[in-house]
Write a protein that binds this ligand. Structure first.
Ligand code: NAP
Length: 261
């Protein structure tokens, strides 16, 4: 693998993904841009080729469609130039869980969980063999907060965080870096797409600031990067509390409070 590996970015036609494309182009990386909107991808690719003298390929894919997903998986498996996967494509749904249709549940899980997981699974064997490479999974602070009311979306993002932390434990000793990025509200089209007026939100981060901060975490090889979290020690305390819960488990014995007295 080259020391400036190509980067495959899903959801590269807008928002966070398009900004990652811009930033990796500035760093001189070749790119593979994935999303459904081929016109937007081609326009971004043409501009980045011209401005940065890099190779940019466009791969049109609806990641909820098995045939398209398999095409992107094959690209990740077979194209030895690709050393970084930015697993960014995702969507949000408004409304309570009971208001979702079976179809909308299926779609959200297919995009936010199944495609992200399968794309990571497709590239990992090659990265492990090379002993280098990186996977960036875009989660959300909503995955930490059932209180926020985006129950299904938050559950998909909690999955992304868990998967990333688990993969990091499995792969770091093999030279493969895995990062979970947890944005809070960021100015992109996701809000309009899911029927929420961004102007009703009290605070919004600009997308360039979000991606630049995520890349600071990337360069430091941080496992979980939360750009809007100002008190880093609170994350460490959260992880320590989780370890404390694990330390309090006694597998063979029911806890006192559940015993019939
Ligand atoms: P966005 O501007 O709406 O971008 C979403 C991207 O995903 C687009 O490029 C879209 O492209 C692509 N996409 C959507 N459905 C797809 C499908 N079925 N197949 C392939 N690509 C698909 O929103 P964003 O904020 O940048 O979202 C990027 C990630 O950040 C998501 O995972 C989101 O959950 C996460 N996030 C965002 C925020 C926020 O406040 N913005 C906060 C936390 C986490 P096409 O329409 O061309 O397919």
């Amino acid at each position: 693998m080259s020391h400036s590996p190509a980067v495959l970015i899903t959801g590269a036609s807008s928002g966070i993904g398009a900004t990652y494309a811009e930033r990796f182009a500035q760093r001189g990386h070749d790119l593979v841009l994935v999303a459904r909107d081929k016109v937007r991808l081609e326009a971004l690719a043409a501009r980045l080729r011209q401005e940065h003298d890099i190779t940019v390929n466009v791969l049109q894919a609806d990641l909820t469609q098995p045939v398209d997903l398999a095409t992107v998986e094959a690209r990740l498996r077979d194209d030895a130039r690709i050393g970084v996967l930015i697993n960014n494509a995702g969507a949000n749904h408004t409304g309570n869980f009971v208001e979702q249709t079976p179809e909308s549940i299926e779609q959200l899980v297919a995009l936010n969980i199944t495609s992200l997981t399968r794309l990571a699974h497709a590239i990992i064997p090659r990265l492990v063999q090379a002993g280098e490479g990186a996977i960036v999974n875009i989660g959300s602070v909503v995955g930490l907060a059932p209180e926020l009311g985006f129950t299904l979306y938050g559950a998909t993002k909690a999955f992304v965080q868990f998967l990333s932390q688990g993969l990091s434990l499995e792969l770091s000793s093999k030279g493969v870096y895995v990062q979970a990025v947890l944005p809070a509200a960021t100015r992109t089209e996701i809000w309009e797409r899911s029927g929420i007026d961004i102007n009703t939100l009290p605070e919004v981060m600009e997308v360039g600031d979000l991606v630049d901060a995520a890349l600071v975490g990337f360069d430091r090889r941080e496992g979980v990067t939360i750009p809007p979290l100002h008190d880093a020690a609170s994350w460490d305390a959260f992880q320590a509390a989780r370890q404390g819960v694990l330390g309090g488990l006694r597998q063979a014995q029911v806890a006192e409070r559940y015993r019939n007295l």
